[in-house]
Write a protein that binds this ligand. Sequence first.
Ligand code: ZN
Length: 89
Amino acid sequence: MKNPFRRAPRHVPCIEIVELVTDYLEGTLPDAERRALEHHLGDCEDCSSYLEQMRETRRIAGALGPEDVPDHDGLMAAFRAYQAERADE
Ligand SMILES: [Zn+2]
């Protein structure tokens, strides 16, 4: 006997989205996965705001250039400097 609950439409769990976001922003995500991710973002606010955070973080890091952001500490320092700058406005 088939369990009707196992026939739910395919749903990508949030944890998988988080793992795909970097590739998505780099444009290296295959089409099928990109579509699944965008579909998930359409009705998942948590992942949408996570994507926006990642996009913003990468924008800040990109403005500094990859050589200036050798590690996580450097990135966090840049992020704090950016926040401090915005606080002055
Ligand atoms: Zn999600």
